[in-house]
Design a protein around this ligand. Sequence first.
Ligand SMILES: CC(C)CCC[C@@H](C)[C@H]1CC[C@H]2[C@@H]3CC=C4C[C@@H](O)CC[C@]4(C)[C@H]3CC[C@]12C
Length: 689
Amino acid sequence: MPLTRSKSLPATENGGSDSGRSVAGILYKWTNYGKGWRSRWFLLRDGILSYSKIRRPENVNLLSPSEDLRLIGDISTDRFSRMKSCSGRSRRKHHKTIGIVHLKQVSSYRESKSDHRKFYIFTATKTLHLRTDSRSDRAAWLQALASTRGIVPLQSISGEFSFVSPKDLSISTERLKKRLLEEGMNESLVKECEQIVDSEFSEVQEQIKLLHEERTKLLNALRQLEMANLEAETSGIHDDVYELRNLKYSSLPRGKYSECSTSASSDGKLEFEDITEEDDASFHDTKESFSEPDVGSVHTHFKRRTKLPDPAEKQRGVSLWSMIKDNVGKDLTRVCLPVYFNEPISSLQKCFEDLEYSYLLDQAYEYGKSGNSLLRALNVAAFAVSGYASTEGRHCKPFNPLLGETYEADFPEKGIRFFSEKVSHHPTVIACHCEGKGWKFSGDTNLRSKFWGRSIQLEPVGILTLEFDDGETFQWSKVTTTIYNILLGKLYCDHHGVMQIRGNRQYSCTLKFKEQSILDRNPHQVNGFVEDVTGKKAATVFGKWNDSLYYVAGDGLNKGSASLLWKATKPPPNVTRYNLTSFAMTLNELTPGLEEKLPPTDSRLRPDQRHLENGEYEKANEEKQRLERRQRMSRQIQESGWRPRWFEPQGESESYKYTGGYWEARDDKSWDDCPNIFGEFTEEVVDCA
Ligand SMILES: CC(C)CCC[C@@H](C)[C@H]1CC[C@H]2[C@@H]3CC=C4C[C@@H](O)CC[C@]4(C)[C@H]3CC[C@]12C
């Protein structure tokens, strides 16, 4: 029973639109390097593209008895049998759908420029690489995708099935009357018959009316549900009750990290030390008490910038793959990446990005002070999640600071000041310390990374400590971050694992960052709870790390009455390819009068990073290479007894504590013991370091 090859008709030849039709056919889908291109049965129906292992030909017409199905490409039996014998699997298996893409979620699709049979479908989390047999088949698929995109299934419910409203329904007894009279029945009897029929009918009409009302209600409910679903997909969950009080002052810190150092993996997996140099960052906690009145007492008289400088040169496009492919066979850990892969932010500054929502800690402090320990714990949890929001859409590497490089952030408008230093190069550790109104935050992080071929997994080592002035403390560690699509497709990162926020008093919190699965319709989810010392759940927390966090008191069975804890700010209007948040854009700014106050070790003075920010790529690259040469001597410097200037290692624990004195030294401009790490260096520098 050979099936004929259907021509790929443009949508218009089919009465205007393909919207109501299903389209199906065989496409080759790129799977992985091991298996390469695999043929799959693709079906596009109601805005959903699904694919399965190959169907048998006799099923092609049986998808659904009345379905208007258009086939694209060669669907001859011959081809099926060929495929069948290739796969050699049992028939049953072939029916299972193995992938689904909702066209609502498709961000774009495009044809390959180099191969006339290939095209790509991009969703937020995945790219499908597809190939047809011919250029015209590709055109037909793209056309089908274009015409199906945006159909809302409800259209068909309310459209096709819609029927006349019950009040327009009527019957006529004329024919009955005529017939009965023909039979010679007397008029009064005929009238009685007519009345019986009428009353029976009005009962039916009543029932239809009820059904109609019910149907209208149902449709409305469905519409609302779909709206809610759409909203939830785009933004998270709606805020019902709680209006976030955005306190004017704010505070605090936390840390992040930056580049990758690698650790050996015993199971034969590729190791990855850091594609460029090596880096790690760290956080540290300190019990240091801080001279309070300074924070936030001075007000900034300048406005921070809202965009990065316009690039001086045009950016050259370099793909990561083009860099790596030239190094095939070489040790991947030694591949040096040019500055095009960097963002104009150093890891020291990136740590401060975690403090964007420091007002949550100010709120936490206030709640605790007024006796509401639960809301204190909840705000701390929201703070711990909020730091991840800025990682969305970022795919460039922060600069790996030089040993001894520092970064200060004085933000009186937020009521905080932050300081970080790169305290070790082998392993890379960054320590930070931040003071806010009523609290202090500190930590050190060292990232362990594993290279898995197509993804890199980063595991932060180190503890973050938050200490309120009233003695309550919370400690936690960051979860694992995986960077996907290193070689192919769109690079993105996801955070997953369990975060335990341990408090020293009544409440602690456990948060689970859900690992994203392929084609996940609801990525970035975070769920958890706050429990008291007896282990009783006091509140349930849920949301998304890139968007918002909500809580419900108790065990969280009633999500309807959730209250908003934190909502991420919108991306800025002036995004660049770095996708920095508005806050991140201000971090490398040399605000008026600042340069004279900075020590020579501050990240803002790092020349390659400054050139990159200005879009002077050639100069940036030259300087980067120069500083990397210096960086290579770091191990030697460290081994010859170098000590961090502002932090102190804590025994064997590999953690660091702020020794204090930075802001005081800044007041006196006493930077004499801070080496000019970005300047020309000689062996001398090494000696005196
Ligand atoms: C392969 C290279 C060129 C591209 C990778 C670049 C980007 C995606 C990588 C490089 C360094 C990474 C960051 C390193 C450290 C941390 C701290 C961690 O607690 C949260 C994630 C975060 C903030 C990572 C996010 C992703 C990141 C910014």
